[in-house]
Every structure is written in structure tokens, then in C-alpha cells.
Design a protein around this ligand. Structure first.
Ligand code: ADP
Ligand code: MG
Length: 247
């Protein structure tokens, strides 16, 4: 699904990732943990195609296609979804218009089919029920006036509707109340299948207890220094990131 080889990233003369490697197979859930400022969000921005980062070395393949040659919108249509740590607001564009046009563009690209409003509404209505949300939020402008947690739920709803193949969630659990965290985890568990992969960036164990990732990676000193299972988290919680670096 995703293969990152020896990636070097810098921005404004600051090296952020160095010889970074990561492979994610279809159906796998991976989690990345790392101290503040270790480059987790940068990684998600680079995969999404944000321009300001300089990739001085390395390769990223998505479904065996060279991702770095693709424009951001093509990456999205190919099946990459990134929920940013700080979701942006788009005044003047309703959730409804945003979702309809996004889904229409993806379906046109993948299935060569025009999505009509009737089919779109059917999809939305089914999924809203599962999300346990009222329909009112569809008429609101994208993220405008939403609380931090509401923005995250909004993003999860986009992911649920757009059905991407690679879901990258950057601190989706930060700022969520207990019920919202359960809803986010529920949607991830519903969406989990043999063909879809997840990369969950988090600081906390709680979401990982709900979704049970296949691998947990520690990003430290510009690369992944350790990968493993829940035992890594116990070590982190007891001794901090320094202890992992020391081993
Ligand atoms: P994380 O998400 O792991 O907390 P980030 O990826 O947001 O970390 O940032 C990694 C480092 O890169 C931080 O030290 C941050 O200040 C720095 N950084 C990110 N973007 C820029 C930029 N445009 N100019 C300078 N430094 C940046
Ligand atoms: Mg971050």
C-alpha cells in the first residue's frame, strides 16, 4: 500500500526526517508515536502533497506508483486521505457541497461514473445514522465555528463517506471527549478491511486500545527507531522516549 524508502525532508534549512523508512501492507493498521516536533505531522503533509517541504532524497510509493510525481488532488483520488492535526476551515463551502463534490470527483476518477444527488444522499443518510449525528451539520460551512473535537468528528465523517484506501489520521484523538473517541474508534473498526490501511499518529494509548494496531512505531531523531507491539507503549509510559533511544 505504502512504501517509504530513505526519505530525507527539510524545510527552511531544517532537516526534519532523515533516512526515514516505513512500509504498510494492505489491511494493516500502523501507529506512529513520537515527541512533539519529531516530524509526525510533516510526514502526513508530505504524503498528502503539501508543497513547502523539500524532499532531498528518497522515494514514496503508493500502490506501487511513485507518489512524489502526483499532484495532491490525484493522490486523494487514488485513495489517500489525510486528516490533519489542525483541520482547516473553509468559509462559504458547506460540508454538503464539499462532500458531494469530493465523492463525485473520486467516483469519476475510479469508476468513471457520475454521482447523482439521489445516490449521494442515500450514502450520506446511511452513514450519518452510524455516526450518531444529526443532519444539521451538513449545512454548516466546513469546520467553521466547530470545536476542536467537532472538527475531528467531521474529518472522520469525510473519511467514512469517501472510503479511501490509505487513511492517515494525525492526532485524531487529541481533544476528543470519551464518547467522541468511541465513535472515531467505531468508524475505524467498521472501515477496517483487508484492502484498507491506516496510519494513526497519536500521543496516547487510549485510541490504540480501541483499534488494536498491528504495529506501533517510535519516531525519534528523524527516523523510526523502534517498531513493535503494545510493550513499547508500556516502556514509553514508564520511562519516556529517551529510554527507547538508549536501547
Ligand atoms: P510533530 O507533528 O511530530 O509534533 P512537526 O512535523 O509538526 O512535528 O514538526 C517537526 C519540526 O519541524 C518541528 O520542530 C517544527 O517546528 C519544524 N517545522 C515544521 N514546519 C516548519 C517550517 N515551515 N519552517 C520551519 N520549521 C518547521
Ligand atoms: Mg503534529
Amino acid at each position: 500500500m505504502l512504501k517509504i524508502k530513505n526519505l530525507n525532508i527539510d524545510v527552511n534549512n531544517k532537516i526534519i526526517l532523515n533516512k526515514f523508512c516505513l512500509s504498510i501492507n494492505p489491511g494493516e493498521i500502523h501507529a506512529i508515536m513520537g515527541p512533539n516536533g519529531s516530524g509526525k505531522s510533516t510526514l502526513s503533509y508530505v504524503i498528502a502533497g503539501k508543497k513547502e517541504y523539500n524532499i532531498s532524497q528518497g522515494e514514496i510509493y503508493f500502490k506501487n506508483k511513485n507518489l512524489l510525481y502526483m499532484k495532491p488532488e490525484i493522490r486523494a483520488r487514488e485513495g489517500i486521505f489525510v486528516s490533519f492535526q489542525y483541520p482547516i476551515e473553509i468559509p462559504g463551502v458547506s460540508n454538503d457541497i464539499f462532500l458531494y463534490n469530493s465523492l463525485k470527483a473520486i467516483k469519476k476518477y475510479k469508476e468513471k461514473k457520475e454521482l447523482d444527488r439521489f445516490t449521494y444522499k442515500k450514502i450520506i443518510n446511511e452513514k450519518i445514522k452510524i455516526l450518531e449525528k444529526s443532519k444539521n451539520f451538513l449545512q454548516r460551512f466546513v469546520n467553521v465555528g466547530f470545536s476542536g473535537g467537532e472538527k475531528k468528528i467531521n474529518d472522520i465523517f469525510y473519511m467514512f463517506v469517501l472510503e479511501p484506501e490509505l487513511c492517515i489520521l494525525d492526532e485524531i484523538d487529541s481533544g476528543l471527549d470519551i464518547d467522541a473517541l468511541k465513535i472515531v474508534s467505531k468508524i475505524i473498526n467498521i472501515m477496517k478491511n483487508k484492502k484498507r490501511s491506516f496510519l494513526i499518529i497519536t500521543h496516547y494509548r487510549r485510541i490504540l486500545d480501541y483499534i488494536n494496531p498491528d504495529y506501533i512505531h517510535i519516531l525519534y531523531n528523524k527516523k523510526i527507531i523502534k517498531s513493535g507491539n503494545f510493550s513499547i507503549i508500556s516502556q514509553l509510559e514508564n520511562y519516556g522516549y529517551g529510554s527507547i533511544n538508549a536501547k
